[in-house]
Design a protein around this ligand. Structure first.
Ligand code: PEP
Length: 255
């Protein structure tokens, strides 16, 4: 991990748990020994954001949403929540293009790009997820697939937008499966993504934080985060236990 890029560890709680669980989990993270050198973000289900805001107030823990509307201004968009609304309730980040939304809800690259732009327009930093399926990896297409997913957003938002964005490489086959990418394989993809951004702007590419996500646990985080182009993690399952999440944050601080 480069010293120039401050590590970031974000917990994606997905659609898990009730309000009490959210409060306890947020309190467990906020009470932890949080290293000052790492940005720590929790992304609860949207309906629990208000409760989590109260719990983390006055602590270094930051708040993220798991998704954002592709529109910024108020309007007749039933069920949607804009970046301005997220900002208003205390969110600083929003995940866009998570593979579960791409796969289960049919979000295409164009939708993801629109959400990326809308997030920034409302003052929210997007965490853009890219990643290949197992079939794509086995066919040797990983670099092409993730490159195309990133390029689709660069084409719409411009590379300069990545001065205020986070990228996350999340191989679909590693998410929630317990099967983590080998550190060297993940590094290869991260390096490819940075080079791709660098073709448009080397300075922005050099400071772009690229997280790895996919079955990161306390036991494998250090090796992943030690890679030159891995700047932290997007954590699913292990983010649901405060102790595990804090151990991963610590691993980011140690590398
Ligand atoms: C995720 O949900 O983005 C994720 C990486 O999940 P997990 O850590 O459980 O694989």
């Amino acid at each position: 991990m480069s010293n120039a890029r401050r590590p970031l560890v974000a917990g994606n709680w997905k659609m898990h748990g009730n309000l009490q669980h959210a409060r306890e989990l947020a309190a467990g993270v906020a009470r932890g020994a949080l290293p000052g050198s790492v940005d720590v973000v929790v992304c609860p289900p949207l309906c629990q954001v208000g409760a989590v805001v109260e719990v983390i107030a006055g602590t270094p823990v930051q708040l993220g949403a798991q998704d954002v509307a592709p529109w910024v201004d108020d309007g007749a968009y039933t069920g949607e929540v804009s970046s301005l609304m997220l900002k208003d309730v205390g969110c600083a980040y929003a995940i866009v293009g998570h593979s579960e939304r791409r796969g289960l809800l049919g979000e295409a690259d164009a939708d993801v790009a629109q959400k990326f732009v809308a997030a920034q327009a409302g003052g929210i930093t997007p965490i853009l997820c890219v990643g290949e399926t197992l079939d794509e990896r086995e066919a040797g297409k990983s670099l092409d697939v993730v490159g195309a997913q990133l390029q689709a957003v660069i084409d719409v938002a411009g590379v300069s937008a990545f001065a205020n964005a986070i990228l996350a490489y999340e191989p679909v086959w590693a998410i929630g499966t317990g099967r983590t990418a080998a550190a060297g394989d993940a590094q290869e993809v991260h390096h490819h993504l940075r080079c791709l951004a660098g073709e448009s702007d080397a300075t922005i590419a050099g400071s772009l934080r690229i997280l790895y996500g996919g079955s990161v646990k306390p036991g494998n985080a250090a090796e992943l985060f030690a890679q030159a182009d891995i700047d932290g993690g997007l954590i699913g399952g292990a983010a649901l236990q405060a102790d595990d999440f804090l151990a991963i944050v610590q691993a980011a601080a140690n590398t």
